[in-house]
Ligand binder design. Structure first.
Ligand SMILES: Cc1ncc(COP(=O)(O)O)c(C=O)c1O
Length: 333
């Protein structure tokens, strides 16, 4: 059995870690909000994805691959981080993005284009279609004697999960050096890798806090069995010496109007949070997560018995394509 999966997994050091933990002005009664600043893991490559990419790119290099292929929506943080990591590592990159091709490049898409990645945008399509396209592109590249490496949506597979298993170890170190009693660790659930890694790492490193995931896309009922399966596959793959029960997987709804669609209340929350703390949440993941959690605490659905550590998983570039909504808010206040 294994307590240190990264001993056997290949990893390249990419992220500027350990990231700081900051105590925030925001508070629920006597319970404080601490923020693990994973929005500071880099500048252009920033956010949670770079932690997963350390292992995914490590695996790609161990297999002597020369091209990364991944997928996402047109404003995918994961696709942007992958494109830039590829450039930094001297690899080629193909992005399979779904959505409407915009008249102008902006936000994450602009950064991905500037990295020189081969960006292919398709009208909105489901995840099966995106996977099929990635495999077709990989076959074409192999025919040209290239060595592609496919990274699943959001980097959430048994290799990518290690980024946040290790991240949870970092949090255990952070908390051991402070007198703060953290009873909740909160993170967004988009493709599941961050949450699964945090929960596995919490078990491995003896963190006592509940790991709460905010389902920003789909419902908790959709995610629970998928996370269960993902966690079990990861335990098996790395022979982890941990037990995770169904009750350990704690999820709150946070999708609001739906994936990447913001309510006025979410926009206002993000703007006010920036205005009081100087910390910027993004409209698709972190803003929805903290807004939904705040609502759940305030209306009693979530009970706190200690401080909350929110893992700020980044996404700042997603603010810019939403400039109209934020301008509206600014002009109304
Ligand atoms: C900024 C940001 N936060 C959180 C998430 C969710 O992480 P995960 O996909 O690992 O569930 C993502 C990606 O989906 C993201 O881009």
């Amino acid at each position: 059995m294994n307590n240190s999966p990264w001993v056997t997994a290949s990893r390249v050091a990419l992220a500027r870690i350990p990231t700081p933990v900051e105590t925030c002005k925001y508070q629920w009664g006597s319970h404080r909000l601490l923020i693990k600043r994973d929005d500071l893991t880099d500048c252009p490559m920033s956010g949670n994805k770079i932690r997963k990419l350390e292992y995914l790119v490590g695996d790609a290099l161990a297999h002597d691959c020369d091209t990364l292929i991944t997928c996402g929506g047109v404003q995918s943080n994961h696709a942007r981080a992958t494109a830039i990591v590829a450039r930094r590592m001297g690899l080629d990159c193909v992005l399979v993005l779904s959505g409407d091709a915009p008249a102008e490049f902006d936000g994450n898409l602009l950064l991905s284009k500037l990295s020189g990645a081969d960006v292919r945008i398709y009208p909105d399509a489901g995840s099966d279609q995106r996977a099929e396209r990635m495999h077709r592109i990989a076959d074409e590249l192999r025919d040209q004697d290239r060595r592609p490496y496919i990274i699943t949506s959001g980097g959430s597979d048994e290799v990518g999960v290690l980024g946040y298993v290790k991240g949870a170890g970092e949090i255990a170190d952070d908390l051991s050096q402070s007198a703060q009693r953290v009873s909740t660790i909160l993170a967004a659930v988009g493709s599941g890798g961050t949450y699964a890694g945090l929960l596995l790492g919490a078990k491995l490193f003896g963190l006592e806090a509940a790991i709460v995931g905010a389902s920003v896309d789909s419902t908790p009922d959709f995610w629970h069995p998928r996370l269960r399966d993902y966690i079990d596959r990861s335990i098996e793959r790395w022979r982890l010496d941990v037990r995770v029960s169904d009750d350990d997987i704690v999820l709150i709804p946070a999708a609001g109007r739906g994936y990447a669609l913001s309510t006025d209340a979410e926009i206002e929350f993000i703007a006010k949070f920036a205005g009081t703390t100087g910390i910027y949440l993004d409209p698709v993941y972190t803003g929805k997560t903290l807004y939904a959690f705040d609502q759940a605490v305030n209306d009693g659905r979530v009970k706190l018995d200690g401080d909350v550590l929110f893992v700020h998983t980044g996404g700042i570039f997603g603010l810019f394509p939403q400039r109209e909504r934020f301008n509206q808010y600014i002009n109304q206040t």
